[in-house]
Design a protein around this ligand. Structure first.
Ligand code: KMH
Ligand code: ZN
Length: 303
C-alpha cells in the first residue's frame, strides 16, 4: 500500500519580499496564524523562517521565532521544522541559532554551495516597495548560497547529534545526493532520510520531469529503502511537481515560501489555500494524507 502523503507547508521563507504579495506573512502573529491554518488544512510539517516585523526583512533572531513557535505548538500537533537556510545576508552561525535554541523535531539542511538566483524577480512591478527590496534583489544576482562541507558537518553535529533534530535534506541538484551519501557512508547520517528535491531554482536543477525521475533513481541507488522524498517545485512549478511527486510515491511541499500564487495571475491569499489545493489533487489520486504523528513515525522523529 502506498505511504500516506506528508504535506509540508513552507510558510514565509526569505526569498520573496513583502511587496511581492500583501498576503506573505511577516509579523510573528501573521506567521503563527497562517501556520496554524495550514496545519488545520492538513499540513503535517511546518517549515518556518522568521522576519523582522517592521521591515519584513528575513531575520535569524531566536527571540523572533519564540514569538510564534509556542503559539503554533499550543494550537497544533504539526511537526516544527526550522529553517537553517536563513536568508541571503546571514552567516551560517546566525542561520543555525534558532534551531539550536529551540531544538525542534526537524530542521532544514542544504546540501551544497551554489548560485541562488532571485533576480528573475527584479522585473516585477509591485504596488509599493520597502527601501531594502531593490538592493536585496540586485545583490541576489551574485548571491552564493554557502553550504560547505564544514557547514554541513556543523549542522549535523550541533543540531542532529546534540539535540536529536532530524533533517529535511534540501537537494538542489543530483550532486547533493552524493554529498549526503558520503555522510551516510561516514555514519554521520542515518535513515530514515527525508529528502526534499528542489527543482526550478536558478543555479540548481531545472524543473523538468526527467530531472525528477533522475533524482529519484539516483536516490534509490544511493539510499535504497532508507529514505523518503518530497518535492518542492519553485514558483509556477509548485503544484505540477507536487502532483508528480505524489504520483511517484513521494511527499509534497507547498507554501508561500516557494510560490506566491494559487493559479496563474492570482495571488494565494494564505498558505492554507495551497494546502487545500494539493489536498484536493491528492484525493483525486486516491492518496491519503499523513497526520503529524504518521509523519513522525515515517521519518523517525523524536516527537
Ligand atoms: N527556499 C527554498 C528553495 C531552507 O530554508 O533551508 C529552500 C529552503 C531552504 O527552504
Ligand atoms: Zn526555507
Amino acid at each position: 500500500m502506498a505511504d500516506k502523503v506528508i504535506i509540508t507547508c513552507a510558510v514565509t521563507g526569505s526569498v520573496h519580499t513583502p511587496s511581492m504579495s500583501r498576503y506573505l506573512p511577516i509579523t510573528p502573529d501573521e506567521i503563527a496564524e497562517q501556520a496554524i491554518a495550514a496545519a488545520n488544512a492538513g499540513a503535517a510539517i511546518l517549515h518556518l523562517h522568521a522576519r523582522d516585523p517592521k521591515t519584513g526583512f528575513p531575520a535569524p533572531d531566536p527571540a523572533l521565532f519564540m514569538q510564534f513557535l509556542p503559539r503554533i505548538k499550543d494550537a497544533t500537533d504539526a511537526v516544527i521544522n526550522i529553517s537553517t537556510g536563513g536568508g541571503m545576508t546571514m552567516t551560517v552561525e546566525q542561520r543555525i541559532q534558532a534551531a539550536q535554541q529551540a531544538a525542534p523535531e526537524m530542521a532544514s539542511l542544504n546540501l551544497g554551495t551554489m548560485n541562488f538566483g532571485l533576480f528573475p524577480a527584479l522585473n516585477r512591478k509591485t504596488e509599493w516597495q520597502y527601501d531594502w527590496e531593490p538592493e536585496f534583489l540586485e545583490n541576489s544576482r551574485d548571491f552564493v548560497f554557502k553550504n560547505t562541507f564544514s557547514d554541513i558537518e556543523i549542522m549535523l553535529a550541533k543540531l542532529g547529534e546534540a539535540n536529536g533534530t532530524r533533517f529535511e535534506f534540501e537537494c538542489y541538484d543530483v550532486g547533493h545526493l552524493y554529498t549526503l551519501a558520503h555522510y551516510v557512508d561516514r555514519g554521520l547520517v542515518k535513515g530514515p532520510i527525508f529528502l526534499q528535491f528542489v527543482l526550478g531554482i536558478l543555479g540548481g536543477i531545472g524543473a523538468d520531469p526527467e530531472n525528477l525521475i533522475h533524482m529519484k533513481a539516483t536516490a534509490d541507488r544511493l539510499f535504497g529503502d532508507q529514505y523518503r522524498f518530497s518535492v518542492l517545485g519553485a514558483g509556477r512549478h509548485q503544484i505540477p511537481f507536487a502532483t508528480m511527486s505524489a504520483s511517484m510515491g513521494g511527499h509534497v511541499r507547498v507554501g508561500l515560501e516557494d510560490n506566491l500564487y494559487i493559479r496563474k495571475g492570482e495571488l494565494a491569499q494564505n498558505n492554507a489555500e495551497q494546502v487545500f489545493k494539493i489536498r484536493e489533487i491528492l484525493a483525486g489520486l486516491n492518496l491519503e494524507i499523513a497526520t503529524p504523528d504518521e509523519a513522525r513515525a515515517m521519518l523517525g522523529l523524536k516527537g
